[in-house]
Design a protein around this ligand. Structure first.
Ligand code: NAP
Length: 283
């Protein structure tokens, strides 16, 4: 039997409608400052998408497009100003920063006021995620949890395998599953016999970035398979890590790419911005 397709696009639309309703009730519009340094075309596409999402949900985005040679010091000064601006609720700096200059991404992330860190990348917020007491959840893992909840896939007591250990996806993903009482294994590029580990997963999450990595023989029958990755196939079309046509015949649930985790990641940025605005006195 074919797996249930976990429709991230439809769920994101529901979340957006809810966020729109809540932002309309704020005393003043929620404001997201979006910093883009340089002309990376992919970053421009992401920023445009985020600004469109904001507009759809009644969040005001303020773009700061800076030349690629603006330098670390000027960037930190801008962030410092935005940290202090009362009406700015959230700040995001689109990564990666341009290569060939003196940028230090870690220092940039550290300079954002944790109360305005709607990407949840600041070590303070990462620490709060570790102890299960977070205001902001990292967008991609939070989107995955919302999909699991929507489709009634409860991690409690389940064997969960996360492939990928990045700071923005793999590690926080594992932590959220652990807080929801999953038994969690994290795999990475040094994991031997990956397929043996993934085949034990009731919930399998792939966040690697390698097309065709997860084949049907690596999946337990009836498992929930979440494909976080965004790759391009030979024709330039968006695809994930999972061999979707074959795995969907074996899994119980599966996310498509596109239309699975991507829209939910985007919606969680809006949710975090709403949380930031709603948490302020007088909002
Ligand atoms: P990343 O920082 O490059 O991390 C990739 C992880 O995959 C690393 O931990 C790496 O292991 C592991 N890995 C590499 N080859 C492997 C292999 N053969 N077997 C097992 N593990 C392997 O990437 P990321 O930022 O986490 O993103 C992962 C993917 O998700 C990318 O395709 C990205 O585009 C996508 N993404 C999608 C969204 C969305 O909205 N849907 C959001 C963010 C990211 P090591 O640590 O050992 O190197």
């Amino acid at each position: 039997m074919s797996a249930i397709i976990m429709d991230g696009k439809a769920l994101a639309a529901k979340w957006k409608a809810d966020i729109r309703e809540k932002t309309a009730r704020l005393a003043r519009p929620a404001v997201l400052a979006v910093i883009l340094v340089g002309n990376n075309p992919a970053s421009r596409v992401y920023v445009n998408g985020k600004e469109r999402d904001c507009a759809e949900c009644g969040i005001r985005s303020q773009e700061y497009a800076l030349p690629e040679n603006i330098g670390q010091r000027a960037l930190l000064e801008l962030i410092d100003t935005l940290n202090r601006e009362q009406e700015v609720d959230g700040i995001l700096c689109q990564l990666p920063l341009p290569e060939g200059y003196d940028y230090d991404e870690q220092e940039v992330l550290l300079s954002i006021d944790p109360r305005k860190d709607v990407d949840a990348f600041h070590p303070y917020n990462v620490g709060r995620i570790m102890i299960g007491d977070s205001t902001y959840l990292p967008c991609t893992p939070a989107g995955v949890m919302a999909l699991l909840d929507e489709y009634g896939v409860d991690p409690a007591g389940k064997r969960c395998v996360v492939v990928g250990r990045s700071n923005i996806v793999g590690k926080p993903m594992a932590m959220l599953l652990l807080h929801r009482h999953g038994t969690v294994t994290i795999c990475h590029s040094r994991t031997p016999n990956l397929g043996e580990v993934t085949a034990q997963a009731d919930i399998l999450i792939s966040a690697v970035g390698k097309r065709g990595l997860i084949t049907a023989d690596m999946v337990k029958p009836g498992a929930c398979v979440i494909d976080v990755a965004m790759n391009r196939d030979g024709e330039g079309k968006l695809c994930g890590d999972v061999d979707f046509p074959a795995v969907k015949e074996k899994a119980g649930w599966i996310t498509p790419v596109p239309g699975g985790c991507g829209p939910m990641t985007r919606v969680m940025l809006l949710q975090n911005t709403l949380t930031a605005a709603a948490g302020k006195k007088g909002s």
